[in-house]
Each structure stands twice: as structure tokens, then as C-alpha cells.
Design a protein. Structure first.
Length: 306
């Protein structure tokens, strides 16, 4: 299977345009279109539908494209790990990222690492909270970027970014206006495994405001599946705004007492390592202006919106 064709399809999925994908990838549009067509022929399924409104995944594409992301992520990790093993360990920072961490924040981390006083490369690993926490505490990772939910209390934490949360509610068709959390508390919410952080965030958000959380009886495998299932009308969902990839009849910013509900992302690391000073410099470069100050080892428990 041609790896370039997989990357073409991934870029089309992210840009929602063949022409934009070709520009982003630095190839001609016919070359990219032909590569995707050959991939579709080899897979035996059509990945994209084109219309005057743009490009969107087919039903089969919505199932295949996350697998392509996973395959390419594994290949990139393989290449990065091989490069790390062939280079001095001191030249790299091993960073774990939650699937909820967006590409823009990861790109900022790469730029920041290369502009440190002692420039370094990043070796990435994407995983859920539990394996990232285990690898960080075992020394197999140097730093992780994760949703700011309780956990890893003996390590350094700093909030580096926040983004608004939206509610997808099939019963509010055509309404994209802001809505108070209490007004949508009666919906049945689709949840995924607690290890990704989104379910923990959703649960704590409801409980911190004394609201009962009703749930859809099934369990999604990831936040991507939560988005897909909500689009199918199986239930409601709370998602960070940047993680909405499907078309929904209603996608509403959530408020709590008139204030937008946000999910926070944080860096977590151990300062008592040879990389401690470099990691703190990296986190400082990553932190969005106005975010919370550095929290030490005696971190107080953070609320669902922190």
C-alpha cells in the first residue's frame, strides 16, 4: 500500500478540500486526486464525496480515515524512535500526547523545542491518559500534554491552553445558539472510555454543578466515535470545539452561569531529571498568555473547567 496515498487521503480529510490538500502537501491536484483514487481502488471503498459545499467522508470513509490516521501515526512514531535511538538521547525530548491534543498545539511544541537555549527534537507518542501517566512516571516519557483532569499529583502541572466546549444535541435541530449547561442536562450523553480524559471531564462538569448525568447505554471507543455517533443521532455529546469533524443538525456553545465552559489542556512533567530545566523552558514557551501559573507538587485538585 502506497504511504504517500495514505498521506494524501489524510490531508484531504483534514482540509476538506482536494485543492487545499494539494497545496498543503506541495503536489499538483491531479497527482493528489489520482493517488487517492488508486488508494480507493486498492481498498475497495470510496473514501470521499465531493459536492459544491466541499468534500466530506463517505460512510465507509468515516470508518477508514481514523484507521489511516492510526497507521500513519505509528509509522511516524517508528521513524522518530529509530532516529532517537540513532542519535544521542540528550538531543531529544520524549513527549506523550493525548488524542484530544490538537495538531496546532503539537506543532507549537515542535517549534518551541527547536528554539530552546539548547535546541532539541521531539519524539511523540499518542496514547490515552493511563499509559501516558505510567510511562511518564516510569521515565519512558519526559513530558505529556493531556486534558487537565485529576491525576499524577506528584508531578509538575501547568495549563497551557483552553478551548470552548460545545454540545451536540439531536433534539435541538437547527439551533446553534449558546445554551446553559442546565438546559441540556436532561439529554442522554454518549461517553467513551474514561482513559481518554473526555469522559472524566464530562462527568466532573456535571457533578461539580450538582447535575445528574444521563448516559447513552453504549460506550464509544474514542472521542472521534462520540462525534460520529452523535451525528447519527444516537445521543448527545460534549466535545471540544476543535474536535467536531462531522456535520450536525445542532452544535451549541455551552455556558455555565453565562460563562463559556472550556476544557483545559496541561503539560505534566518531572522537574527532577536532567531535562528538568529544558522542560520548564519548553512549557513556558508553550503556555498561552494569561494561563494559570506553574503549579507545584502540592497541586490542589482542579475543577472540571480548570
Amino acid at each position: 500500500m502506497n504511504i504517500e496515498a495514505l498521506r494524501y487521503a489524510q490531508t484531504v480529510s483534514r482540509t476538506k478540500s482536494f485543492s487545499a490538500a494539494a497545496r498543503a502537501y506541495g503536489v499538483t491536484q491531479p497527482a493528489l486526486s489520482n493517488g487517492v483514487a488508486r488508494l480507493e481502488e486498492e481498498l475497495g471503498v470510496k473514501l470521499f464525496d465531493r459536492s459544491p459545499r466541499g468534500v466530506k467522508p463517505t460512510e465507509h470513509g468515516a470508518r477508514i480515515l481514523p484507521l489511516i490516521d492510526h497507521v500513519l501515526g505509528s509509522l511516524d512514531t517508528l521513524a522518530a524512535e529509530a532516529q532517537r535511538l540513532a542519535s544521542p538521547v540528550t538531543e531529544t525530548i520524549r513527549m506523550g500526547v493525548s488524542p484530544l491534543i490538537g495538531a496546532e498545539l503539537v506543532a507549537r511544541a515542535f517549534r518551541a523545542a527547536r528554539t530552546l537555549e539548547r535546541p532539541r527534537d521531539l519524539v511523540l507518542r499518542e496514547a490515552d491518559l493511563e499509559p501516558l501517566s505510567a510511562d511518564l512516571q516510569a521515565g519512558r516519557l519526559d513530558i505529556v500534554l493531556v486534558p487537565a483532569v485529576p491525576g499524577m499529583p506528584t508531578l509538575q502541572h501547568r495549563v497551557i491552553a483552553r478551548e470552548p466546549v460545545v454540545v451536540i444535541d439531536p433534539d435541538a435541530s437547527g439551533d446553534d445558539s449558546s445554551v446553559e449547561l442546565k438546559a441540556v442536562a436532561d439529554a442522554a450523553y454518549i461517553l467513551g472510555p474514561s482513559t481518554c480524559g473526555l469522559t472524566t471531564f464530562t462527568t466532573e462538569l456535571f457533578h461539580s454543578h450538582d447535575l445528574a448525568l444521563r448516559t447513552y447505554p453504549g460506550e464509544a471507543a474514542s472521542f472521534r466515535a462520540v462525534d460520529e455517533w452523535a451525528a447519527m443521532g444516537l445521543g448527545a455529546a460534549l466535545l471540544p470545539r476543535s474536535k467536531i469533524t462531522h456535520e450536525h443538525t445542532s452544535c451549541r456553545p455551552v455556558l455555565q452561569a453565562g460563562v463559556p465552559v472550556e476544557i483545559a489542556y496541561e503539560a505534566v512533567w518531572d522537574c527532577d531529571t536532567p531535562l528538568g530545566a529544558d522542560l520548564e523552558e519548553l512549557v513556558t514557551a508553550l503556555t498561552v498568555t494569561g494561563e494559570a501559573p506553574l503549579v507545584g507538587r502540592d497541586t490542589a485538585s482542579r475543577g472540571a473547567g480548570d
